[in-house]
Design a protein around this ligand. Structure first.
Ligand code: PHE
Length: 330
């Protein structure tokens, strides 16, 4: 037994230790055999014998466990020493993801207006008729409702056809002065080369005391914005019609592809339409109980901006999740 203890302490590696474990604690091990002797021992000596055996067992077990820990540590150290890991060696780089061009474009536009102190507002995709049409000076049966072919739900709500209802929600929630943009998805019953049933818009609205907001302010802010996004382009405001703005305009930039000479993308006109805007119609304010204020609003299609910025020919490719296209934006 004393010898066993010495042997345990002298074990040089885990293999030797394991052999000793079997020789001492195993089925036919020294200790096990000692315990078997118990049954032949006289009753009056039994207790003392058992006690001393148990003590020995404890001693041996402790010695074994300590040695095991020490040898395991040693083995690990040796293994680490024997590996030479060259952290400076060339390895294949991991492919990282990227934002979808639509989202990336949206974020760029949002950031621009946030820097001008516009708040970012949100609204639901399923809207009621009041917010999407009625409050925007589009009463029932108004022919201008046909400008936006609408998906209706069974309960006479609808999928918002533009982000303009967020103007209404924000004006109902707050009071002037207001400076907000509202990015998000919108829906129309349309599907061809330049239209998809779902796309994204960013709305803008500024409301303040009558003297503080004018069409000139609108022209200035949008001009600066478009030059920042598209670089050195010419900008023109073309009279247009929206029921919720008066006067209204559509904004064109000189074609970014042919620099205004005329090409396939701009249908030989040299101009690309990028925005709708105008001075908020007083009927909108009246419906919401706003008095003595004036405002301007604008709205733009995010996919259209993404296509022009990245020279993407077909709008639908922005919705197809084709990695050959998306991989180019990494
Ligand atoms: N809501 C309009 C559209 O979807 C765009 C617009 C917004 C026009 C704000 C003027 C002012 O066509």
């Amino acid at each position: 037994m004393i010898k066993s203890l010495e042997q345990l302490e002298l074990a040089k590696n885990l293999l030797e230790l394991e052999e000793l474990r079997v020789a001492i604690f195993g089925k036919k091990g020294l200790l096990t055999l000692e315990f078997l002797k118990l049954k032949d021992i006289k009753a009056e000596e039994k207790k003392a014998f058992a006690q001393s055996l148990n003590e020995k067992k404890k001693e041996l077990t402790t010695a074994y466990e300590q040695k095991k820990l020490a040898l395991e540590k040693l083995a690990l150290e040796q293994e680490l020493k024997s590996q030479n890991l060259d952290v400076s060696r060339f390895s294949f780089s991991r492919k990282t993801g990227a934002f979808h061009p639509t989202i990336e474009t949206m974020n760029t536009i949002i950031r621009y207006f946030q820097n001008l102190n516009f708040s970012v507002e949100d609204g639901p995709l399923i809207e009621n008729d009041f917010n999407n049409f009625e409050a925007l000076n589009l009463p029932k049966h108004h022919p201008a409702r046909d400008m936006q072919d609408t998906f209706y739900t069974k309960d006479f709500n609808l999928l918002r056809t533009h982000t303009s209802p967020v103007q209404i929600r924000t004006m109902l929630k707050e009071k002037a002065p207001i400076r907000m943009i509202a990015p998000g998805a919108v829906f129309r019953r349309d599907f061809d080369l330049t239209h998809t049933p779902m796309f994204h818009q960013i709305e803008g609205l500024v409301v303040d005391k009558e003297d503080n907001v004018s069409f000139a302010n609108l022209k200035h802010i949008l001009g600066e914005f478009l030059q920042e996004i598209f670089g050195d382009v010419d900008i023109r405001f073309r009279p247009s019609f929206f029921p919720f703005t008066e006067p209204s305009a559509e904004v064109d930039i000189s074609c970014v592809f042919c620099k205004g000479k005329g090409c396939r993308v701009c249908s030989q006109t040299g101009w690309l339409e990028v925005l709708g805007c105008g001075v908020v119609d007083q009927n909108v304010f009246k419906a919401l109980g706003y008095e003595n204020v004036s405002g301007y609003a604008f709205g733009m299609g995010v996919e259209r901006f993404a296509m022009l910025l990245h020279n993407i020919g077909d709008l639908r490719s922005l919705f197809e999740s084709d990695l050959r296209l998306l991989g180019q934006f990494r």
